[in-house]
Design a protein around this ligand. Sequence first.
Ligand SMILES: Nc1ncnc2c1ncn2[C@@H]1O[C@H](COP(=O)(O)OP(=O)(O)OP(=O)(O)O)[C@@H](O)[C@H]1O
Ligand SMILES: [Mg+2]
Length: 508
Amino acid sequence: MTDTAVAPLISARGIGKTFATVDVLRDVDLDLLPGEIHALLGENGAGKSTFAKILAGVHRPTRGSIALNGKPVEVTSPVVAQKLGITLIHQEPISFPDLSVAENLVIGAAEDGWFSRVPWAEMTREANRLMDLLGVRIDVTRPMRGLSIADQQMVEIARALASNSRLIIMDEPTAPLTPREVETLFAIARKLRDEGRTIVFISHRLEEVRALCDRVTIFRDGNKIATDTIGNLSDADIIRLMIGRPVKEYMHKTGATIGEVALEVEGLTLPGVFSDISFSVRKGEIVGLGGLVGAGRTDVAKAIFGVTPAASGTVSINGKRVSITDPSQAIALGLAFVPEDRAVAGIFRTLSVEQNISVAVPKQLAPGGFIRRAVERAMGEDAVRKLSIRLASLRQPIGELSGGNQQKAILARWLLTDPGVLILDEPTRGIDIGVKAEFYSIIGELAAQGRAILLISSELPELLALCDRVLVMSEGRLTADIPRSRATQEAVMRAAVPRRSTTEGAAA
Ligand SMILES: Nc1ncnc2c1ncn2[C@@H]1O[C@H](COP(=O)(O)OP(=O)(O)OP(=O)(O)O)[C@@H](O)[C@H]1O
Ligand SMILES: [Mg+2]
């Protein structure tokens, strides 16, 4: 497939975007062809989501023009985009939580006053038909609130189908999905492509991009660096184009002495969620917790941290039995928990980046009750340097940062608490390849300093590279405890896959 063979569906020319005084996109030319799946790649903050939002009418470009089937168009709002057949499935889903799934599916038409006259029975039938088409089983009369992120995403995709979109942009859609859900999503994307629609796919996972996409465009620092057929580029080419320098290989931590047991849980049980969980993590040790999405790993972490305490079982810190019924007790005992979901991670979207980072250490920040700005600033600057957070200013609201950079800021916050036991839940989700390597080094250093680390991750290579030991959960139970020397992809997967076949939603 070449640009000259097919007339493009979308031609973007000279697209630029300036927020305040910062150029986040510069002079981007890009053609999207009918019947292609086109990947957008780039480091955190490179401008992928911003470009997607410009196509979808969420942002107006500061400069440049867009043509649809050769005719200039002004995509002035998401409603206009919808009418032009352009749908964006957001990085953070934004549906209407109190409306039912079926209602969410027809919401695109609400602006026309059509919504009030929707025949409900017909709507439910249509919604069910779309769900069948997608091969997902969701009760369409249920409110969106309470659906898993994967299911919410499926509803967004169904909405794109319902509105007969010609261009469907998926911004990091696979991050919260299980391998099987990813397969379903890919099958749908391929089907849509074969019908002649255009899919834009944004992801940090190169193997997914290879499996799915026809062409890729690489952004770096707001510039388009290259567009090519995926087959023409090796992984090394792509990484070089994205980052402009080679990525350092992560080496397993060296020199960490494994010490006393820092965290021990015994028989931890929350009926219907997880049962009889026992393990320990020693000082200087990185213990992985693998398993499929929904296996109950996050629930165990939340129980230890006192977010949703277990019904029975015990937790000990440094050999002492403790009773943690509230996160503030956990923090006082030297625990830190970096949750997977940014939305619940206590991100204060309208507060500045530096406020979001320093909020974890009120005593250092405000001895005697008065906030010391200089301390706050120094903490922020230190975090930006250590984790290479990309931002215009530390005073900027954190909500303006790219997804991956928000994640880094939250991690920085927890590192400031100087925890003895650090629980990380999918910490590198949405983080680009370059930063991942840096981030792994940081985890290694933290362990070498004698901290005990429990790392929840769905990425097998990450678990195998980083951990001294890998625990595996399946359907709310611990199914394996594998030492580093015997930890292989197969060993972890075998323990992660549910034994019975009727397992749908067992740990939900
Ligand atoms: N509303 C906004 N106000 C100010 N700056 C913004 C705004 N939205 C995005 N930016 C900035 O634009 C740059 C590009 O952000 P964008 O979200 O497009 O990155 P991305 O490539 O999608 O990154 P990620 O992989 O982390 O999702 C970032 O530096 C970000 O801070
Ligand atoms: Mg993004």
